[in-house]
Every structure is written in structure tokens, then in C-alpha cells.
Design a protein around this ligand. Structure first.
Ligand code: NOJ
Length: 543
């Protein structure tokens, strides 16, 4: 079967400001990133996905765009961007960019003109009202409406007041945003990730959201977001963006779906379209928010597979620029991280890893005086700032860890040297070596990439067993998600599959899981193994 390049791919997400600085100003940039493409290539990933690079006053670090058609000075220039595409493509790496079509910065010329008058070309580019028309709350706190002193009206913002929402009911706005999308596609990018794409259309008459019964700590969560998110028009618009993207060959359309905590796989899947005519991939955070245990990961994964169905692909995420890093969530336990990574690399669909995840990088400790994230500043100490997962990449044990020759814009993680690429690159058992190995395992195996996933019933609730199957073959994955030795019987599975199991890979080379999966398998704590299921029927027929 022929697949699109992103089906089964591993995508490496890069927070550009924190990846590699080339000019000593302490901020990562495009030239720095270009100089690290060799590393990315060696990691074995198929694509990089960049955080927003457009011009921005950096109130929300690129998520507040003041010019969609230029690159932010701190990050480089348009020609640097073109060079990045060229160099990445030379190495066989695809490039995906973050596009923000829901809102701009208040410093965007469209907003500056829109606020200046209730009449004229730009007056209807944003959502304005004489009075606060409803109970909508901004996701980052406070009301979703702010009075603009110049225009004398309220404008709507789903996030900070510095990020006014665009009016997708205005055809001119839609044309502008489609032109922006084309501008980047024409430059040769291989795909876009649309920020909060289910928020773009608001209720036509701006009705109030109904209240949620029960208590919720965040005011934003005390209402059901049915009038400020997921309007039917959002789906229509996403379908249009997809048509536009499909005019270009081999481009992928990915979307971030704002959802209730801990995630809403069915909602995320709904944006793939019944006929697969909306997003190619949507992101859901259920796995990242789930407890690390066999029953809960199985539940989450099954739900995601059920929501996407056999014909549409799930995308898998464990880390992001919003969440505390998985390494910190499991208190730096390397065995757990390796097992989690093996789970990811043996799922069907597209796997997203976040820079530093392959090093097992924990959160940076960011004190209030060092904080950059506006959300962190607003809610500290009640929530961790998002800066913690945006710390600089740790390349070496040298000064500035070779991220920068100046002073880094955010602090490094503690014990940075230990995690450095330099330290890990040649070490047999390091996290980096492990990631390289399992990414290669996946890349070489169409069954692991795209084979159907079937979770087996297992009497031992600490163990996850699933099979992957396609016309290219069958695999079986067994994960001991506990700190104790576990045994489980494979007799039923092997009988059902009419196969013998040959171990292809294991997290614990010296573990006591047998090379063949006959009889009972014994797994040391946090051991995960991948088996080839060799068809007995075919074998006996041919012998
Ligand atoms: C969603 C992004 O993931 C987040 O980082 C950003 O702050 C908001 N959109 C607002 O742009």
C-alpha cells in the first residue's frame, strides 16, 4: 500500500528560540537550526516542525503575530528560512511550520487599522461589540472582551488581550489568511500546523456559553465552550484550508484542537472529516495527560484508535511547549522514559517528539525573575510557567552548553552537562542512543508505522500487549509498565495468531524475556520488547 510521507513518520518539534543560537544573543535562530540539521538527520526523524517564526512583539513568543510575511528579526530573515528549507530537503528532512490563523498581535497593522475606526476596510477584521455581549472567558484568564480606548468598543480575544481574534465571518479576512498560507506553501514548506483551529469560528449572534455543573478550578472550564469553539463553520473553513493545501503536492495539514482537560480524542478526530477531507492529522493531549500505567495508557490509546478509525491516522504526543516535560513528570526515571518512548514508536500513525525529549531532558527551574511566559507570570505560583519546558537544548558540556556563546534567554535544566548530546552520543545505554535505535526500528518497519493495532486482553494488568498487523507482516509488543518483575502467558495470543514470536528488540538486553515468546514471558521492571510474529501456517504450508 502506498502511504503519504507523514503516515507513520516521526516529526521532531523544535522550539526555535531554544534550539541553537548562531549570533550570541542568547536566543536560538534559523541559522543556528540549519547548523544542527546533521544532528536531526542522525536522529532519523522524517520532519521538523517549527514554533512560529513570524514577526512578533513576543508577548506570547511568536504566538502573537505582527506580520505573517516576514521572519522575526531575532530568529533570522526570509532568506535564512529559504536556506533552511533547502538544506533540510537536501538531507531528506521535511519542514512544517506553525500557522496562527485564529488571532494576531495587537501590533499587527490589521488590528491597528481596525481599532482606529468603526468604518473602512479593516473595521470588520476583528470581532467588535459596543457592549460585552456574552459570558465568554479568555483561556488565559479574565473576560474574553476588552474595551479598546481608541475605537470605544470591545474586541474579542480567546487568549490574552494582546491577541485579538480575527473575524472569520469576514470573507476578506479569509482571503488574507489563505494568501498567507499560500505564501509559505509557495516557499516550499511541507506542511502547516494550525494553532487552535477549532476556535476560528464564533457563534454568529455571540450567544453565551452554558454553565458547567459542578466545580472546576479554572474559571474558563466552568462553561461549555459551544459558542466560542467548534462551530459548524470551523469545520467548513478547515475543509477549505485543506483544499488549498491539496493544491500543492505532498503537503500535510495538522491541527491543534482546543479541548477539555485531559483531552477529547473524539473531538480531535472530528476535524479529520468523515471523508478524510479536513485535517490530515489532529493533535490530542490525552496521552500526555494520562497517568503512566498500563490500564490508563491502554484506555487512552484504544479511545484514540476508535475515534480515528482504520482509515484516518492518529498523531501521538507526550511532550509539548505547554506541558511540563515527561522526564520531570516521571521524576527522571530513565526506564520509564524508555518504555514510554517504545510505546510511542510502536503506535500506528504519526509520532511527534519535542526537542530534548530524546535526551530525557527535564524541565528547567525558572524563578519568577527569570520568567518570560506571560501565562506563568500571571498565574505563578498557582501554576508552573510554560518556560520550564522551553529551556535551551543542551549540546555539550562547554560554556553555554554550545547553545549560545552569550547568555541564554531561559535557564538550562539542572545538571545540563549530564543530559548533553556530547555526553550521550557515544554512550551505549543513553537515552539519545535509545531514541536513535527505536526511531530506526520504526523507520525500517512499515508494520510498526502503519499496521493495525490490536490490544490483547492480558490477565496481568501491569502488562500491555498489542499486535500490529498489515499486509507487510505482524509484530507483537509487550510492555511491563511496573516496577516489579512480571510474567505473562503468550499461549493464547500465539495460538490465536497461529504464529511464533521472535524477539526483534528489547529495552533490556540482559533481561530475562526470552528470545522466542513461547510459553510464559518474564519481564524485568519497565521492560518492553518487540517481536516479529512469524506465521506458522505459511511456514508449514511451504515446508
Ligand atoms: C495555543 C498555543 O499552543 C499556545 O502556546 C499559545 O499561547 C496559544 N495558542 C495562544 O496563541
Amino acid at each position: 500500500m502506498a502511504y503519504q510521507w507523514w503516515q507513520g513518520a516521526v516529526v521532531y518539534r523544535i522550539y526555535v528560540r531554544s534550539f541553537q543560537d548562531s549570533n550570541g544573543d542568547g536566543v536560538g535562530d534559523l541559522m543556528g537550526l540549519i547548523s544542527r540539521l546533521g544532528y536531526v538527520e542522525n536522529l532519523g526523524v522524517d520532519a521538523i516542525w517549527l514554533t512560529p517564526v513570524f514577526d512578533s512583539p513576543n508577548f506570547d513568543f511568536g504566538f502573537d503575530v505582527s506580520d505573517f510575511l516576514t521572519v522575526q528579526k531575532e530568529l533570522g530573515t526570509l532568506s535564512d528560512f529559504d536556506l533552511l528549507i533547502e538544506e533540510a530537503h537536501k538531507r531528506g528532512i521535511k519542514v512544517i511550520v506553525d500557522l496562527l490563523l485564529n488571532h494576531t498581535s495587537i501590533e499587527h497593522p490589521w488590528f491597528i487599522q481596525s481599532r482606529s475606526s468603526t468604518e473602512g476596510e479593516y473595521a470588520g477584521y476583528y470581532i467588535w461589540s459596543d457592549e460585552i455581549p456574552n459570558n465568554w472567558i479568555a483561556a488565559f484568564g479574565g473576560k474574553a472582551w476588552t474595551l479598546d480606548s481608541v475605537r470605544g468598543q470591545y474586541y474579542m480575544h480567546s487568549f490574552f488581550r494582546q491577541q485579538p481574534d480575527l473575524n472569520w465571518r469576514n470573507p476578506k479576512v479569509v482571503d488574507e489568511l489563505f494568501a498567507v498560507t499560500r505564501f509559505w506553501l509557495d516557499r516550499g514548506i511541507d506542511g502547516v500546523r494550525l494553532d487552535v483551529i477549532n476556535s476560528i469560528a464564533k457563534d454568529e449572534t455571540l450567544r453565551s456559553n452554558p454553565k458547567v455543573l459542578g466545580t472546576r478550578s479554572r474559571v474558563y472550564d466552568r462553561q461549555r465552550h459551544i459558542f466560542d469553539r467548534n462551530r459548524p463553520e470551523s469545520y467548513t473553513r478547515v475543509r477549505q484550508v485543506r483544499r488549498l493545501v491539496d493544491e500543492y503536492d505532498d503537503r500535510v495539514l495538522i491541527g491543534e484542537i482546543m479541548a477539555e482537560f485531559p483531552g477529547e480524542p473524539e473531538l480531535a478526530a472530528s476535524y479529520l472529516g468523515q471523508k478524510g477531507d479536513q485535517l490530515n492529522l489532529s493533535l490530542d493531549s490525552s496521552l500526555a495527560n494520562a497517568r503512566f500505567s498500563a490500564p490508563s495508557w491502554k484506555r487512552v490509546a484504544k479511545r484514540w484508535y476508535e475515534a480515528t478509525g482504520r482509515l484516518r491516522d492518529p498523531g501521538w504526543v507526550l511532550n509539548s511547549h505547554e506541558l511540563s516535560r515527561f522526564s520531570t513528570r516521571v521524576k527522571g526515571d530513565q526506564d520509564k522514559m524508555k518504555l514510554a518512548a517504545l510505546f510511542l514508536m510502536t503506535q500506528r500513525g504519526t509520532i511527534f517528539i519535542y526537542y530534548g525529549e530524546e535526551l530525557g531532558l527535564p524541565d528547567s527551574v525558572v524563578w519568577p525573575k527569570e520568567m518570560k511566559d506571560p501565562l506563568g507570570k500571571r498565574f505563578w505560583p498557582f501554576m508552573k510557567s510554560r518556560d520550564v519546558s522551553r529551556g535551551p537544548m543542551v549540546w555539550s558540556t562547554g560554556p553555554g552548553n554550545w547553545f549560545t556563546s552569550g547568555e541564554s534567554w531561559l535557564p538550562f535544566t539542572k545538571s545540563a552537562n549530564f543530559y548533553s548530546v556530547e555526553n550521550q552520543a557515544l554512550e551505549k545505554d543513553s537515552m539519545l542512543t535509545f531514541y536513535r535505535t527505536i526511531i530506526a526500528l520504526r523507520s525500517d518497519d512499515l508494520v510498526l508505522q502503519m499496521g493495525h493495532c490490536h490490544f490483547m486482553e492480558c490477565k496481568n494488568s501491569n502488562v500491555l500487549i498489542y499486535t500490529r498487523s498489515s499486509e507487510d507482516g505482524r509484530r507483537m509488543v509487550i510492555l511491563n509498565m511496573s516496577k516489579r518483575v512480571q510474567t505473562c502467558s503468550l499461549a493464547d495470543v500465539l495460538e490465536r495468531e497461529e504464529a511464533v514470536a521472535l524477539r526483534l528488540f528489547s529495552t533490556h538486553i540482559d533481561g530475562r524475556a526470552k528470545e522466542t515468546g513461547e510459553d510464559d514471558v518474564e519481564l524485568v521492571p519497565w521492560q518492553g520488547s518487540v517481536y516479529d510474529l512469524v506465521d506458522q501456517r505459511r511456514k508449514s504450508r511451504s515446508s
